[in-house]
Write a protein of this length. Structure first.
Lengths: 186, 221
């Protein structure tokens, strides 16, 4: 999957905005939104929030977890433990990038947040690389990865799955009585 | 004018349970992700595709009747574009797999039972057959007719690689499953069973969980 497609899925998450226009309720195919009144917060999907922000029609309120103290705690926890910690949003990377790129004026301490999220990402990716390595060297056939986000999975997806498939094919051809003659795609 | 856009979008009663439009879109997105990540062609979801097309054309015809520059129209248009992207990506994914595995797909479609749900929509079936015929003609014209007569036969099922069902996939569990068998790589490891908790994510071979994907108990991610 392309990273932009993962971002596409992340854009469906809701975020609070404060519009500066008024509009009555809209009935989208995916659900109802609004009504919009200037100064009153309303929940909208991220794709709409970004569009409105770019047209200077609203102010975006950062999600609860996008706060320096909270992110520092998460970063420390992530660095301390060997396993993956639960994170506040399954789309934390994408939302940080989108909101900080388009609405950094609405988010306090934007640069610090950017650095913190990058640190959290780096720690998690390093853990992911280690566990992928041990998965392959111990020839496991099953893994549980509850706290991984889609973007992290997507980062190693093509390389990891292709190598696992390749190795399985090589190994199963070594074993006698394997399904020889059934050509699989290369 | 705002009435046009707040029209009740039609529900399709011919489906088993009547779905709200937002459930329909979620189903489309699930089907899109499943099709993207599965190594074989999955059952076609033509009811979902048809309903989504209906919703899109209805919304677009409403938008045509509204005067330009309306704030709501641009929001609706953005949503239509997003849904259209998912729909095209889903259909394109299926066509790619049909092209890749065409003899096996046609074989599966031929050998399915009377009451079984179909693998291909009528248009996809026509496409697959045409593709088969064209490939056959091409191979014969380009190479086979210049071979000695006893080597001119072509067995498409052997010539085209099968989908690789043992490939690993990532999945998220939607309904709790018990006793899923995990077969190990090498002989000295035993088979073992795992339980799949709702909401958890796993990495395992596609073959074991293939039936769960078609019932919707797990979602490929």
């Amino acid at each position: 999957m392309d990273p932009s497609e993962v971002e596409f899925l992340a854009e469906k998450e809701t975020v609070k905005i404060i519009p500066n226009f008024s509009l009555d309720k809209i009935y989208l195919i995916g659900g109802d939104l609004g009504p919009f009144n200037p100064g009153l917060p309303v929940d909208v999907p991220v794709w709409l929030a970004l569009n409105l922000k770019q047209r200077q029609k609203c102010r975006i309120i950062p999600p609860d977890w996008m706060d320096v103290e909270k992110l520092e705690e998460i970063r420390e926890l992530e660095r301390k433990e060997d396993t993956f910690m639960p994170i506040p949003s399954p789309f934390y990377t994408e939302l940080t990038k989108l909101l900080l790129n388009h609405a950094s004026d609405n988010i306090p301490k934007a640069d610090e947040i950017r650095t913190l999220v990058k640190d959290i990402w780096d720690t998690r990716i390093a853990k992911l690389r280690l566990s992928a390595d041990s998965f392959i060297s111990q020839q496991e056939a099953y893994a549980k990865l509850d706290n991984l986000t889609l973007m992290e999975i997507n980062t190693i997806r093509s390389f990891f799955l292709d190598s696992l498939n390749c190795m399985y094919k090589l190994r199963s051809n070594l074993q006698p009585g394997s399904s020889g003659g059934k050509l699989s795609d290369y | 004018m705002s009435d046009l856009l707040s029209d009740e979008v039609p529900q399709d009663d011919s489906m088993e349970d009547v779905m709200t439009p937002s459930e329909l879109i979620s189903k489309l997105e699930e089907a899109w992700q499943n099709e993207k990540f599965s190594p074989e062609l999955l059952q076609n979801k033509s009811e979902v595709v048809e309903c989504v097309m209906e919703q899109l054309t209805h919304m677009e015809s409403n938008l045509l009747r509204v005067k330009k520059g309306d704030a709501k129209a641009s929001i609706h248009r953005m949503e239509i574009d997003r849904i259209r992207f998912v729909l095209s990506s889903y259909l394109r994914s299926r066509l790619q797999k049909i092209e890749k595995f065409f003899p096996h797909v046609l074989e599966r479609e031929k050998s399915r039972g009377e009451g079984d749900p179909s693998l291909l929509s009528p248009e996809e079936f026509a496409f697959a057959k045409e593709y088969y015929a064209n490939t056959e003609t091409y191979l014969k014209a380009v190479a086979l007719k210049r071979m000695p007569p006893n080597l001119q036969t072509l067995n498409m099922l052997k010539a085209v690689p099968e989908p690789y069902l043992d490939s690993f996939v990532f999945l998220r569990v939607k309904e709790r499953q018990e006793n899923i068998l995990v077969e190990p790589e090498s002989d000295d490891q035993r088979d073992y069973v795992v339980d799949l908790e709702e909401g958890s994510q796993h990495l395992m071979r596609y073959r074991t969980i293939a039936p769960l994907v078609s019932t919707g108990a797990v979602q490929l991610i």
